[in-house]
Design a protein around this ligand. Structure first.
Ligand SMILES: Cc1cc2nc3c(=O)[nH]c(=O)nc-3n(C[C@H](O)[C@H](O)[C@H](O)COP(=O)(O)OP(=O)(O)OC[C@H]3O[C@@H](n4cnc5c(N)ncnc54)[C@H](O)[C@@H]3O)c2cc1C
Length: 525
């Protein structure tokens, strides 16, 4: 049995910043299911929102966040995050993150402006902010003597008092599979943190890396924690559609520079959906593309910027130009095949302002948590901020709490299982789940489609649970099990909401109700 003061599951921004804040006073383990730098955090491009300039104000950042959240933001969480944004950025700067500088501003840093923000307030490191932040923090984590990094360890489930048959329920740590050795370790900890990111891989098309499979949400739920607002999935309108280009974003700036969205026969369609046409907000464009794809039975639509010169395209979109060319698409001559893609999970495990969940000694931080910051729609660049502010809050709470005694924990029991005989069941079910989630639980929903999805999810649940009970666990099986559960939570939440609000749009309930309420699901024992 491995034993640490604190077990952090996940090496994204939430996990690494929390580890560094604890490590001077606690023995910390960071486990991560692939390698240290594999996470959505590394892929973040734009930057981090914070009120840094004298020309900006907390009130305006709060207002922008609440407006995006469409009535569902928790005012206390919004205020807490935005008030703690500047110290979070100061901390990153102190760690050595090379944010882009601009001598002509009152902050000395270049601040970008993004959709939904009324001011320039996005601090960034060129167009690869996540990589700059994570690389800096990772080097500190590797150098810290109190942090043990366990790569290729995938957490299977939390160890709780309830599961052990104790009268007192708390989290005692987790079981984790070492996917290189195929051994399951018992990891005991006074405090455990779910920092496992969102669940965007539940959809066929996503901008997220493969690691984003809803593991923390599923583990928290199985351990008895409530989840909230899972129906609010943010879709990015334009992801490259190509069999060899997984998760490649076509920046919204392409539309900003005159890119036109077309059907395969060349017909322009955005002006029929919104008077701002291609320049309409992200959600409206994503919804319009979805509508056209479903109406015409299309695999993708096309974004045409070929009326611009090669020189212009190479100067403004060097990465997009060369990536598309490498796949045989010359964007100066051909339209780009695009689809909307799942980008961000607004809901998650319910937490308080200290990052605490419903289960004692279990915290959830980052995209896996539902803090109340985002409401029904996330304001751009508020998510990295949320990771850091709640990592700091959780660290302070952990350091201020007394540490409990370690108790002996049972080893993982594999006496009743054998090696799987048919791996095809796993790969088939992965593909089936992601396809029907895309078709039935995507951007535009109907009750009938949601019910169809729910029916299929129930069948998959049964099949996966049987498989899980009989065979040795593998990384693919664990992720599929978590994705099916997360899909179920998304569908249940979507069925509960009898209105359209923020990111949830139902054809059967197109209006927004006067009173806004979160969807909170509670696990039954
Ligand atoms: C392409 C892209 C661009 C983005 N741009 C921005 C932006 O500019 N600004 C912004 O604010 N947000 C942006 N976002 C969103 C933001 O990146 C994420 O919300 C944020 O990084 C989430 O951080 P996290 O630490 O919660 O999770 P992640 O960064 O996803 O990290 C989760 C970690 O947990 C590990 N893990 C998962 N399950 C397990 C398990 N069972 N066992 C062990 N380890 C596990 C993963 O391997 C990973 O290391 C972007 C997202 C994407 C995909």
């Amino acid at each position: 049995m491995l034993q640490f003061d604190v077990l952090i599951i996940g090496s994204g921004l939430a996990g690494l910043s929390l580890a560094l804040k604890l490590a001077d006073q606690r023995k910390v383990a960071v486990i991560t299911k692939k390698s240290l730098l594999e996470s959505a955090s590394v892929w973040a491009q734009g930057g981090i929102a914070a009120v840094l300039s004298q020309e900006d104000s907390l009130t305006e950042h709060i207002q922008d966040t609440v407006t995006a959240g469409a009535g569902l933001c928790d005012p206390a969480a919004v205020r807490y995050v935005i008030e703690h944004a500047k110290p979070a950025i100061d901390w990153l700067i102190a760690q050595g993150v090379p944010f882009t500088r601009d001598a002509d501003t009152d902050t000395g840093y270049h601040l970008a402006r993004e959709g939904g923000h009324s001011r320039r307030r996005i601090i960034h490191a060129a167009d690869a902010t996540g990589y700059a932040v994570q690389k800096t923090l990772a080097s500190k984590v590797l150098a810290h003597p109190n942090i043990t990094l366990l790569e290729h360890y995938i957490a299977i489930d939390l160890i709780t008092g309830n599961k052990l048959g104790y009268t007192h329920n708390q989290c005692y740590g987790a079981y984790a599979l070492n996917s290189l050795s195929d051994e399951v370790s018992t990891i005991a900890a006074h405090d455990t943190i779910l920092a496992t990111g969102g669940a965007s891989k539940v959809y066929l098309y996503t901008t997220n890396p493969d690691t984003v499979t809803g593991d923390g949400i599923a583990m928290g739920w199985r351990a008895g924690c409530r989840v909230s607002n899972m129906e609010f999935i943010q879709f990015h309108p334009t992801c490259l559609y190509h069999p060899h280009a997984k998760s490649f974003l076509i920046s919204e700036a392409v539309r900003g520079e005159g890119g036109i969205l077309k059907l395969p026969d060349g017909t322009r369609f955005m002006s029929a959906h919104d008077e701002r046409a291609e320049l309409a907000p992200r959600d409206i464009v994503a919804r319009a593309i979805d509508f056209e794809m479903k109406k015409h039975g299309l695999d993708c639509v096309y974004l045409d910027i070929s009326h611009k010169s090669v020189e212009f395209l190479q100067a403004h979109f060097p990465t997009i130009y060369s990536r598309c060319l490498s796949l045989g698409i010359d964007i100066s001559r051909q339209p780009i095949p695009v689809v909307p893609a799942a980008h961000y999970t607004c809901g998650g495990i319910v937490t308080d302002l200290h990052g605490r969940t419903d289960l004692a000694n279990l915290y959830a931080v980052g995209e896996t948590a539902h803090t109340g910051l985002h409401g029904a729609n996330r304001l751009a660049s508020n998510s990295l901020l949320e990771c850091m502010v709640f990592a700091d809050a959780a660290a302070r709470n952990i350091l201020a709490s007394p540490q409990s005694q370690f108790i002996p924990l049972p080893q993982w029991d594999e006496s009743q299982v054998t090696d799987a005989d048919e791996e095809i069941i796993i790969s088939h079910n992965w593909a089936e789940l992601r396809q029907f989630m895309w078709d039935y639980v995507g951007i535009v929903r109907t009750t009938k489609r949601l019910q169809r999805a729910q029916h299929r999810i129930r069948l998959l649940h049964e099949e996966i649970n049987e498989y899980y009970a009989n065979f040795h666990v593998t990384a693919d099986l664990l992720e599929l099990r978590n994705l099916v559960l997360t899909a179920d939570l998304i569908v249940q939440s979507a069925l509960f909401r009898h209105e359209s609000r923020g990111l949830h749009y139902s054809k059967d309930y197109p209006d927004t109700r006067p009173l806004a309420a979160s969807t909170i699901l509670t696990p039954t024992a």
